[in-house]
Design a protein around this ligand. Structure first.
Ligand code: C5P
Length: 403
């Protein structure tokens, strides 16, 4: 066990409720939390719920003589390996940037000799206001670390940057700041995701329904487990996972070139739905609707098989994982695919399945079969992010066993 701990300052914002999950997630990872709840923070979460999760009393008032007798505020500010502010309000950031200290939280922030990580949360207009911009600039110059905020719909109904990062993102940032090694530390991972688009002319293309969600969830889980992760993505509308190197591509040939440029890697996860075919020539100008009603013919040529190419290439990763999206005889087809492609594992899923009224392609859930050298594992129906987390642990076990 690493034995690391944080001092969590919970500011006054609607996102304060997420700090409860943050404490729980940290304790799952063996990080101990001691908490300071600001006066405004206590309007959103109760000291009792924070102390129940943290497993010790919450500190809240600079002028509490009992608290000072138990642990002075200077000692408290240095009692952990990292100070985390979540939610970091405009008030707390402004105070630290300006050197003000008029309560326990701001005093601890000034007095600490440990690194500080802020997870801002506020209304989008506040986040964009010149004074908050100035605070953030100043804090960054002073070496304060930041996670988020993310774009999204806010509790106040407005849309834009200002939403506090999700607890798992904050956990990942804390683990990075504390240099806690995940099970995949030192492993280089290459993940592909999404569809490819094969141009017909400047305005048309051939593509498929892949949303990229499963591949993005895998890249996210690998990075959270400590892998140095590169994600090569076809066109999708997903936010890049934190801590992942993202390379955007459009066509299968661009994806192959990007994969080759990202090698060497220890593990390759080919989750992309690569187009098997492309139009032999992409017209330079838009193909016009013909007046004599002749339908233009598109001649297709085969795309390179990226998985096969990399699995047989000179820089073959130690663990090569392919996907098989099937609509029938899922396992049989996937077993044959494993041999044909030269992959170590194939993750097979039935893309015709309907999980909770959603299709696997584009939906949030997945039910997969993992086909390896030892046989087939049938996994239960899981969210795509749970599939990613489980897969990251399976990969860590496999690489450790092979090392
Ligand atoms: O042959 P099929 O397309 O069913 O194989 C699926 C697996 O092969 C996936 O892992 C996919 O990413 C990969 N693939 C590839 N290059 C292609 C076609 C598929 O790497 N041209």
């Amino acid at each position: 066990m690493h034995g690391k701990s944080i001092l969590l300052i919970i500011g006054g914002g609607i996102a304060a409720y997420k700090s409860l999950e943050l404490i729980r997630r940290l304790s799952e990872r063996g990080v101990k939390t001691r908490a300071i709840l600001t006066k405004a923070g206590a309007e959103f979460v109760t000291p009792l719920s924070v102390s129940s999760l943290a497993g010790e009393k919450v500190f809240s008032d600079l002028f509490s003589l009992t608290d000072e007798a138990e642990m002075g505020h200077i000692e408290l500010s240095r009692s952990a390996d990292l100070v985390v502010v979540a939610p970091a309000t405009a008030d707390l950031m402004g105070k630290l940037a300006g050197g003000l200290a008029n309560d326990l939280a701001s005093t601890a922030l000034l007095a600490t000799d440990k690194p500080i990580l802020m997870a801002p949360a506020m209304n989008v207009r506040m986040w964009e206001s010149p004074s908050v911009r100035r605070s953030v600039e100043q804090l960054k110059k002073d070496g304060v670390l930041f996670v988020g905020p993310n774009d999204g719909e806010m509790a106040c109904g407005e849309f834009g940057p200002g939403r506090m990062a999700e607890p798992l993102e904050i956990v990942a940032a804390i683990e990075r700041a504390l240099k806690i090694e995940g099970p995949l530390a030192g492993v280089r991972a290459l993940v592909t995701a999404g569809p490819t688009r094969e141009p017909v002319d400047p305005v048309r293309f051939l593509a498929n329904h892949s949303s990229g969600k499963q591949g993005y969830a895998i890249a996210d889980a690998l990075a959270r487990a400590g892998a140095d992760t590169t994600l090569i993505s076809g066109p999708v509308s997903l936010a890049p996972p934190t801590g992942v190197k993202l390379m955007r591509v459009t066509t299968a040939r661009e994806m192959l070139a990007a994969c080759e440029s990202a090698l060497p890697a220890d593990v390759l996860v080919m989750a992309a739905a690569v187009a098997d075919w492309r139009p032999d020539i992409a017209a330079n100008s838009k193909i016009k609707k013909s007046t004599d009603r002749i339908v233009p013919l598109i001649k297709l040529v085969e795309n390179p098989d990226i998985l096969h190419t990399l699995a047989h290439g000179p820089q073959r990763p130690r663990l090569v994982i392919g996907f098989a999206a099937e609509t029938d005889d899922v396992v049989e087809n996937a077993v044959a695919k494993r041999a044909r492609k030269g992959a170590d594992w194939i993750i097979a899923n039935d893309v015709s399945a309907n999980l909770d009224g959603e299709s696997v392609m584009g939906g949030e859930k997945n039910r997969i079969h993992l086909i390896s050298e030892t046989g087939t594992e049938d996994w239960p129906e899981l969210s795509k992010s749970e599939v990613g987390s489980r897969l990251a642990l399976r990969i860590a076990d496999k690489l450790k066993g092979a090392a």
